[in-house]
Design a protein around this ligand. Structure first.
Ligand code: AMP
Length: 272
């Protein structure tokens, strides 16, 4: 475990299958002051709690569309202020996110899904190490990144990079045991008996999206949408790129850079 000396406000960007989740988990384990904020989870909580915003967003999420920027930004704003990491300096319209009232009882339900973002309001943010976070799923576009800048500056964007053929190989050799979530790889983590889970002996299956065609389509989409985001953060001077053929190769490099930027002591020996 390592102590941060200032707040780390982080975004991980990387192709599908590059191991963003793995790196996020490892960072949070090594630096317990970091929390993860996921726009998808925040939205799903609202859907589950039947808030006006959740009811409005439900269909968009189901059909794979993008929820309007103003809505996402308000969700993040609400989360950051609730945690005490962001405070309004002047009046901000109250947010109604946890109400259980139905959308029909609201005079203008639509205003919850596309509220005008109060760009004129000013916020101050905490630089305390405990106000450290990794954003997951947000910002997805350069427009969202620009809006986020008006609230709180991201101070490190990590572009995780692994050669496409290596990710492809990993995906094609991946088998899962859905009831337990155990994951095997026929190249470097093969099951004891081919096609069977080690513990239960039940059959292993491929994840639906683990096909080369599906992955290539996702990769192409990722490249189209991520480039403007990376350009945005490059121009802000906070982009850092790390390359490796596996998560284990990337983590030590990421930790070393993280220590250099966010801890007082420079770690020379970096362990996973
Ligand atoms: P995720 O869990 O990140 O895949 O998000 C699930 C769904 O929530 C997405 O398919 C979108 O409909 C919506 N969503 C999550 N994050 C955003 C965002 N930053 N901008 C717009 N829509 C989002």
């Amino acid at each position: 475990m390592a102590q941060l000396s200032r707040a780390a406000r982080l975004i991980l960007v990387g192709a599908p299958g590059v191991g963003k989740g793995t790196q996020a988990d490892r960072l949070m384990k090594r630096y317990p002051q970091i929390s993860q904020l996921s726009s998808g989870d925040l939205l799903r909580n609202n859907v589950r709690n039947r808030t006006p915003l959740g009811i409005q967003a439900e269909n968009i999420i189901k059909t794979g569309g993008l929820v309007p920027d103003g809505t996402i930004l308000r969700l993040i704003l609400n989360e950051l202020t609730t945690r005490g990491w962001l405070s309004p300096e002047d009046h901000v319209p109250p947010l109604v996110l946890n109400s259980s009232s139905s959308a029909s009882s609201l005079p203008e339900a639509d205003s919850y899904i596309t509220p005008p973002f109060p760009a004129e309001s000013r916020y101050s943010y905490s630089n305390s190490p405990s106000a450290s976070f990794i954003l997951d799923g947000f910002p997805r576009t350069a427009a969202q990144a620009t809006q986020l800048d008006t609230l709180i500056p991201i101070n490190l964007v990590v572009h995780l990079s692994t050669p496409a053929e290596i990710i492809m190989d990993r995906i094609c050799n991946r088998w899962v045991h859905p009831p337990s979530g155990r994951v095997y790889n026929t190249t470097f983590n093969a099951p004891k008996v081919e096609g069977k889970d080690d513990i239960t002996g039940e059959p292993l299956v491929r994840r639906e999206d683990d096909s080369p065609e599906v992955w290539e389509a996702r990769l192409q989409k990722f490249e189209e949408t991520s480039q403007p985001l990376l350009d945005h953060y490059e121009s802000q001077g906070v982009l850092w790129r790390v390359q490796g053929n596996s998560s284990d190769e990337i983590s030590p490099k990421l930790f070393a850079e993280f220590d250099r930027r966010f801890t007082a002591v420079d770690a020379t020996a970096v362990e996973l």
